[in-house]
Design a protein around this ligand. Structure first.
Ligand SMILES: Nc1ncnc2c1ncn2[C@@H]1O[C@H](COP(=O)(O)OP(=O)(O)OP(=O)(O)O)[C@@H](O)[C@H]1O
Ligand SMILES: [Mg+2]
Length: 587
């Protein structure tokens, strides 16, 4: 009589240990790729100082563009690795749940743990395309909250008081990494001390200076380097930013900024990201937040180059906000767009933009082209005039949170991006932008003096962008907005292009009267031809506002102005529009 072979009692245990080992290997593998990303990110960031000292502005633009491509590259490498190592089990959800747990343990001690969790989420999203948050494989709000609180905050260099302000600033400038290349720094210390003393004297209560504390490394961006810190006084803390430039005359501090609003403009969502070395982004962001309490966390992460984690923070803030405020998505205020369906939460400073399935006339663009324009804005210098747009895929919200007219619009116009599954609305693709007040609405809300300021800044916005080789395309007021700091910015990108791609023409003289009255132009018009004289149709504003605009910006209606800007762009000069008022410059 033969007996069935006895099942090995230790085998299940062995299997489970093998599985655990695989999980741990995979977790460490993902973390290793993340770590490589961080090293490469740091390597590029570290080039900024040399670029600044060599005045290699093209190089610094290349670095900025290169750094923006890293994340996607490393995520896709990581996904390839995992597909190889996990083989058939890539879509084994319980395995991913275990992986998530192992990864959390491995990542927790890192100084950049929150970025590591965001990286994991990006990888999972790629591997398990169809799995929603309920599967328990993503890190969520609670995981981010649980990260070890920081024991060591951002290190600061302290310059104690008990001596003249000038002596303190002199020491501070001597600590710059490029102090030896900055011979004028003692003379500048005097100018800065005077400006700072004036600002301190303007504080609400007389204050005794205690210490100045600065981040030890400059924040680099375009042609500027910014030293960021704060002044401690007997009455509290005053932020301090020293803006440093390097031109043919050498290195010098160009401005000293001391209010939260001014610093907020330096860190604006309409600017490219800083290149600044740090060990602990969390600590840096906490410190920056102490200087600019109103700036959302996600914008601070984004401003120092961690825009992917900025997206995590935005979603966290959004979900928390929806829980706390019982808020409903509604159509955005202002004129509807032909290309984008735009909605917002009344109590949050963010708009959501979904590309429509079809665009009404006269739009001739395609979905792909619209996405390319938004990408162009993402990778270019936004010179303080273009709102940063973050791209999201696969967001889900309860349908009950959508106003009925918004739901109707999304159903009618955005069916290829939006679907309803159960009681959830699934959005396959959208952009978020900071919400601003559309300029057409703003002009109706404010008095004449503020309206004049706004239209002057509107013209300046078009000109700043032109100086950076960007033609806005659509110049209607409804495509511009006014920020909290009353700066005019542009947010509608589907017609945006480079100045150097356009052909700016004067309208030819008509040969016969009938030319003038014919409905079609009597001259041939190429695809890229633009006739600035035609801008009169929308740049003509009523009354004194219009007069002020024309007096300052009438040249926008001449082809000559645009051709001149085009020639400058062709020469290839890199422009930087500095993020402070001319009146704040030290000289
Ligand atoms: N960042 C923003 N802040 C506030 N409102 C916004 C923002 N972006 C868009 N809007 C609102 O949504 C409308 C449509 O947005 P947008 O102009 O980007 O879309 P569009 O379809 O490209 O427009 P157009 O038809 O002019 O090309 C705007 O007119 C404005 O009222
Ligand atoms: Mg528009």
């Amino acid at each position: 009589m033969s007996q069935a072979p006895n099942p090995d009692p230790v085998q299940p245990l062995r299997d489970s240990m093998a599985r655990q080992e695989r999980v741990l290997d995979a977790a460490r593998g993902i973390l290793a790729v993340f770590d490589a990303h961080q090293s490469q990110f740091r390597l590029i960031t570290r080039r900024a100082e040399a670029r600044f000292l060599l005045r290699d502005w093209r190089g610094s633009q290349q670095d900025a563009a290169e750094r923006l491509t890293l994340y996607r590259q490393f995520v896709s490498w990581c996904v390839q690795d995992l597909r190889k190592s996990l083989g058939d089990s890539t879509d084994d959800t319980p395995l991913w749940v275990a992986l998530r747990r192992a990864y959390a343990r491995e990542a927790a001690p890192r100084l950049d743990a929150e970025l590591a969790l965001t990286f994991f989420n990006s990888v999972v999203r790629q591997v398990l395309k169809a799995v929603g948050p309920e599967a328990g494989v993503y890190f969520d709000d609670r995981d981010f909250q649980e990260l070890r609180p920081l024991t060591s905050a951002q290190p600061l260099r302290a310059y104690p008081g008990g001596r003249t302000l000038e002596a303190m600033i002199r020491e501070l400038l001597a600590d710059l990494p490029f102090a030896s290349r900055y011979p004028g720094r003692d003379a500048d210390a005097l100018l800065i001390a005077r400006a700072l003393a004036e600002d301190l004297a303007r504080q609400p209560r007389p204050a005794l200076l205690e210490t100045i504390e600065m981040v030890g490394v400059p924040f680099y961006r375009n042609k500027g380097a910014y030293l960021i810190g704060r002044v401690r006084t007997s009455e509290g803390v005053v932020p301090l930013v020293l803006a440093i430039v390097h031109d043919a005359a050498g290195i010098r501090v160009d401005a000293a900024l001391t209010t939260a609003d001014e610093i907020s403009v330096v860190f604006s969502f309409t600017r490219s990201y800083f290149h600044v070395e740090m060990d602990c982004p969390r600590a840096m962001v906490e410190f920056l937040r102490s200087l600019m309490p109103r700036k959302p966390l996600e914008e601070l992460y984004t401003s120092i180059g961690y825009h992917k984690h900025g997206k995590t923070e935005l979603v966290r803030a959004l979900l928390r906000h929806m829980d706390a405020h019982d808020a409903t998505f509604v159509l955005a205020e202002g004129d509807k767009g032909l290309v984008m369906a735009v909605f917002a939460l009344p109590t949050l400073n963010v708009v959501f933009k979904i590309i429509k399935d079809r665009f009404g006339p006269p739009k001739q663009t395609t979905r792909q082209q619209v996405m390319e324009k938004y990408h162009l804005v993402f990778v270019r210098d936004r010179v303080g005039r273009l709102a940063d747009a973050q791209e999201f895929e696969g967001l889900a919200f309860e349908q009950a949170r959508f106003a009925p007219d918004l739901m109707a619009e999304l159903g009618a116009e955005c069916a290829s991006s939006v679907s309803v599954e159960g009681d959830h609305v699934i959005i396959r693709h959208l952009y978020t932008e900071r919400r601003v007040t559309p300029l057409n609405l703003y002009l109706r809300q404010v008095g004449e003096a503020r309206a004049i300021d706004a239209v002057l800044d509107y013209g300046q916005c078009i000109k700043d962008l032109a100086a950076a080789n960007i033609f806005t395309g659509d110049m209607l007021l409804k495509n511009f907005g006014v920020t909290r700091n009353e700066r005019v910015i542009f947010y509608d990108y589907d017609e945006l292009c480079l100045l150097t791609e356009c052909n700016f023409r004067d309208i030819p003289q008509s040969r016969h009267d009938e030319d003038e009255y014919s409905a079609e132009p009597w001259f041939s018009v190429g695809e890229h031809d633009i006739f600035p004289e035609e801008f009169r149709a929308f740049l003509t504003l009523p009354g004194r506002i219009g007069e002020a605009f024309m007096a300052a910006h009438g040249d926008l209606l001449t082809a000559e102005y645009w051709r001149r800007m085009q020639r400058l762009a062709e020469v290839g000069e890199v422009v930087d529009i500095f993020p402070y008022k001319a009146s704040r410059r030290l000289r």
